[in-house]
Design a protein around this ligand. Structure first.
Ligand code: SIN
Length: 292
């Protein structure tokens, strides 16, 4: 379903934009109480408009987190992350005080290595460090729209290869002897990291109708039909362009915070600046639709 970003359906939400068009903090919605159809429609519109939406002061149990996610569609059961006990739908994003590597510590968009990439994720803060551990988000619609007409035209004809093998597979750094002890309790199942997939470099967002840049530093290997070496300079330029400060926002977590991002419209980056403290988040990822 494509939305007009001008006319919001359902009840008027109290949305406080973080920037002119990207990132919106929503107040006055109690996710634990469940959302009715009209509120769900308004939230869908907000997600399509802002790319990532945030909630504060929520008190969600694991069951309520699952129930809220199920209102949006099918849950993707993560094949690499450790799941929360008794809740296979919830992936743990955890870093212990004695660990140095965090999950998501680099610009990426989740699941671009899948044939049908996930819609997005709903991340709930469970335990936060005393300071640090913020998450950055980058706006892929504006990243595309602010390119020159010439480069847009070149990109429209291109596809890119995305993979999970170098991140989650047996040959990835995560499996190397020096780091395996640090990460192996959180990420596993390297045999499932088999998929390489080709996606258009520019896709039309299925809900907002905006064109978005759909390559990312985490999972994109190279342009389809180009070598990695040939792809390197242009990808590097696009990554630099996409992460310019005016196209990014920074979300500081507090107890009760929830972030819900759209993978097709955003990248994210979990900052790893809180060594010696625990950070524990619960993530539910939602199935998406084929991209074109
Ligand atoms: C992730 O990449 O899903 C983790 C984001 C975060 O922990 O802030």
């Amino acid at each position: 379903m494509e939305f007009s970003t001008q006319t919001a359906p359902g009840p008027a939400l109290d949305i406080r934009p973080l920037t002119a068009g990207f990132g919106g903090e929503i107040h006055g919605v109690d996710l634990a109480a469940g959302v009715d159809d009209a509120t769900l429609a308004a939230l869908r519109h907000a997600l399509a408009t802002y790319g990532v939406i945030f909630f504060r002061e929520q008190r969600l149990t694991a069951e309520q987190h699952v129930a809220f996610a199920e209102r949006w569609g099918r849950i993707n059961i993560n094949r690499f992350f450790r799941a929360v006990d008794d809740h296979p739908e919830i992936a743990e994003v955890r870093k212990e005080p004695d660990q140095k590597i965090n999950i998501g510590g680099g610009w990426h968009t989740d699941h671009s290595y899948d044939e049908v990439p996930a819609l997005g994720s709903i991340l709930v803060a469970r335990e936060l460090p005393s300071a640090g551990g913020d998450t950055l988000f980058a706006d892929m619609a504006t990243a595309y729209e602010t390119l020159s007409d010439g480069l847009k035209k070149t990109l429209e004809g291109l596809r890119a290869i995305h993979s999970s093998r170098h991140v989650f597979g047996a040959a990835s750094g995560h499996q190397a002897a020096e780091v395996v002890g640090d990460i192996s309790d959180r990420i596993g199942n390297p045999a499932a990291a088999t998929q390489d997939v080709s996606h258009p470099v520019v896709v039309r967002h299925p809900d907002s109708g905006r064109k978005v840049l759909y390559v990312n530093p985490g999972f994109t290997l190279h342009f389809d039909g180009w070598t990695a070496l040939e792809s390197h300079a242009l990808l590097k330029y696009l990554y630099q362009h996409a992460t310019a400060p005016e196209r990014t926002i920074r979300f500081s977590w507090r107890n009760g915070s929830v972030a819900f991002w759209d993978n097709r419209a955003t990248w994210h980056y979990a900052l790893n600046d809180y060594h010696g403290e625990r950070r524990l988040m619960h993530r539910i990822t939602l199935e998406g639709v084929p991209l074109s």
